[in-house]
Design a binder for this molecule. Sequence first.
Ligand code: UDP
Length: 365
Amino acid sequence: MKKYDYLIVGAGLYGAVMAYELGKKGKKCLVIDRRDHIAGNIYCEEIEGIHVHKYGAHIFHTSDKKIWEYMNQFTEFNNYINSPVAVYKDELYNLPFNMNTFSKMWGIRTPGEAKAIIEKQRKETGITEPKNLEEQALFLGGRDIYEKLIKGYTEKQWGRKCTELPAFIIRRLPFRFIYDNNYFNDRYQGIPIGGYTAIVEKMLEGAEVRTGVDFFEFRKENPDIAEKIIFTGMIDEYFGYRLGALEYRSVRFETEVLDCENYQGNAVVNYTEREVPYTRIIEHKHFEFGRQEKTVISREYSSEWSVGMEPYYPVNDEKNTALYQAYRELAEKEENVIFGGRLGDYKYYDMDKVVAAALERLEEL
Ligand code: UDP
């Protein structure tokens, strides 16, 4: 008999859902995390009474009623609707790409006018079947939108040319011909009242949790502690990078407390030109309609990941997808170890997809 049924590596959303559900089934779980806190990248730190999204802004959104109800067991959500604005040089546009954007870009008013301009620009490119992000963007929105709102931002965020990136990344964003600045198409959306960390805390209530514990060290000293391992860290690191390192993008945040009540008037402002070194500025209080006297902002700088940095985004291009497949094969042979989450599955998951993936995996177990 081993001491625990499950050793869960990573106290982020995937690990926490696993711990919660397994706990309900009477399984004994130990959750460890390398960081000195739980909640992975949805962790929030309170500064000046404001929940600061320490590892990047997170807005929960889903079209899946089951997942929405699942999350509502742990929290209530507020009615925040994400409506970022984009700054390009001295111009300001609404996102996602919608009639407000088109009207500002071309001085037009109707969907017919917008469609005609996009159609004309699309024809000029000659693209019929988009094969990469650049072609996809030109195909959807024409040259002006691409040059002003997509190219610079994307190349900053990914550190790669738009011609070398997969088209699906840009298909995450809606293109619509109505005046609607809601960034997401999903049925349900909001920020948890009380913050994200509190959700994970609730999920982990029944488990034993140890933070500041490195799995690879821990395993050396405790090789037989659990029947099964759920690993939510980087899959290539798990295998000692033996097939080569997968690529990730990292983000560095420069966070400042400002002695002003309202700095930018919106939670998310994207800087889409190449010359501005950061991709966006987040003003955290606006996610929760905060009325504090001060404000906290974070500038996001994107960079290539290297050992010692935090991995945020998998780079799901052809080369990395092939390498991931090779790791996947190793993972399948690894007895009693389950891989999951954004890093374990090497997939650009949103939070709802993480929860769905965990619940699906639990069914199989
Ligand atoms: N994007 C863009 N301009 C913007 C915002 C997003 O071109 O102002 C593109 C960019 O390629 C980015 C993708 O849309 O990688 C997805 O953006 P999203 O906001 O979904 O990224 P996340 O919030 O996950 O970082």
